[in-house]
Design a protein. Structure first.
Lengths: 303, 155
């Protein structure tokens, strides 16, 4: 992986996934290693994303690296009208690796082509967020002991959720059975379903959350945003149908874990947090280990 | 039949050496010129459009003197003129005839249909992988979205 940019989950094979997850496991066992003391990591957030940025900065700092960058375009030369090309060319003189979040799709691929140093995509518009996908895979493997042959349910906004799309595509390598729970307006797009069909994997679509709970190993919850509905009445009708409450978990499998990319609003009630099956905060912690693994591997400090 | 074909060809003068692009859909003649960068060509160039064709009803034809295209270059026109035939002329006679083929990669000429793609915001040369040749589908190298026949526009 040395010197290779991480732009899209689709650039990585099953073997690459496993290699990164194994490396991340080593950082979970020993999170504080000052192996990047001589390195500068730039975090360029052309669009604010506090959680992702803090996770990367935590990962870099725990490895002893220095972090430079900006957290919103208002505090950078972007506001003066500088092109992405020029910002990246300039910053690649100052840092050994660039982590970037940008509102335009394809921006990370383009940046990786003009940069002198490797680029990690921390989200390019609605397109890709590969480190989220890798931390999701890490969390699934850690809680289930395997990535193969699992029953995984995605709940909520399956139409616009980038996280769901990337993870679905990645899971197509692992003989997953998909359980897709969403309002009709927010069903998984056919461009993503195509990948499931190509691999001839099982998938079931539901509009009710409760019936899927006893069947699955992972419940992957997402937030339904009001602004996704053309008709506000439709939102009002469905908004409470996709809320997970602790009492709904009574008949779930013992190995079930609940995941969520966060931030949550009201789609998981607080009484679920104390259930040992709630995994979303640990999932966020796993993000730090995965990002440590990626920084170290791409900078060539570990193999 | 051969004779009548020849008569039609002659509605646009013959060339001594070069390439004839025949059977171009009428609405695509100017796109073909643009894609092949022939607007700036400075040798003899003969353009015919709305010519009668037994196969197509009406067709366009372009004759380019002293030019033999590389196959990568010429195949780009398959996106707008999949019916086109290429005729290589040497010394006033046909030396080779072939159909155009859709290439596996397309650069520069097509615009990504996604308005939020970086190629539509900054000055970036577009690049696509052709993921389906029969039902034309191009995947953007940058935003990974599919531009299909009905959403395709040219730069």
């Amino acid at each position: 992986m040395k010197n290779k940019s991480l732009v899209s989950i689709n650039d990585f094979s099953r073997e690459d996934h496993i290699h990164i997850l194994d490396l991340a496991g080593a950082f979970e066992r020993r999170p504080k290693q000052r192996i990047l003391e001589d390195y500068v990591v730039a975090t360029l957030f052309f669009e604010p994303s506090t959680r992702t940025r803090l996770s990367f900065e935590s990962a870099a700092t725990r490895l002893g690296a220095r972090v430079i960058g900006f957290s919103e375009p208002g505090s950078s030369s972007v506001q003066k009208g500088e092109s992405l090309r020029d910002t990246i060319r300039t910053v690649s003189n100052y840092a050994d690796i660039i982590v970037m979040r940008h509102p335009r799709e394809g921006s990370a691929r383009f940046a990786s082509e003009v940069s002198r140093v490797p680029v990690i995509n921390a989200g390019d518009g609605a397109n890709q967020h590969p480190t989220q996908t890798l931390l999701d895979l890490y969390s699934i493997r850690k809680t289930q002991g395997t990535l193969d042959n699992l029953n995984i349910a995605f709940i909520g906004d399956l139409k616009y959720g980038r996280t769901v799309h990337s993870l679905t595509m990645a899971l197509c390598n692992y003989n997953t059975t998909f359980h897709l729970v969403s309002p009709t307006e927010l069903k998984l797009p056919s461009s993503v379903k195509m990948h499931i069909k190509e691999k001839q994997l099982g998938y079931h679509q539901y509009t009710e959350l409760s019936e899927v709970i006893p069947k699955v190993d992972i419940l992957y919850m997402t937030r339904i945003q009001k602004e996704r509905f053309q008709d506000p009445m439709e939102y009002e009708k469905v908004k409470n149908s996709y809320i997970l409450r602790n009492s709904m978990l009574d008949n779930s499998k013992s190995n079930l874990r609940i995941m969520h990319p966060l931030p949550r609003v009201n789609e998981i009630t607080y009484d679920v947090d104390d259930n040992p099956k709630a995994y979303y905060f640990t999932q966020a912690l796993n993000g730090v280990f995965v990002r440590q693994a990626l920084l170290a591997a791409i900078l060539g400090v570990v193999e | 039949m051969e004779k009548s074909d020849q008569m039609k060809e002659l509605k646009v003068s013959a060339i001594e050496n070069g390439t004839v692009i025949d059977h171009i859909p009428v609405q695509s003649v100017y796109q073909v010129l643009r894609i092949l960068n022939l607007m700036e060509y400075n040798d003899q160039l003969l353009i015919g459009t709305n010519l009668e064709s037994q196969k197509m009803g009406k067709k366009g034809i372009i004759k380019v003197s002293n030019k033999f295209f590389k196959s990568d270059e010429i195949n780009k026109i398959a996106l707008v003129a999949p019916s086109a035939t290429l005729i290589l002329i040497k010394n006033f006679s046909v030396s080779e005839k072939k159909k155009v083929e859709i290439p596996s990669r397309v650069e520069k000429i097509v615009k990504c249909f996604n308005p939020n793609c970086i190629t539509n915001v900054e000055d970036v040369v577009t690049r696509f992988d052709v993921v389906n040749k029969d039902d034309l589908k191009l995947r953007c190298h940058y935003c990974e979205k599919i531009t299909a026949k009905d959403t395709m526009t040219f730069k």
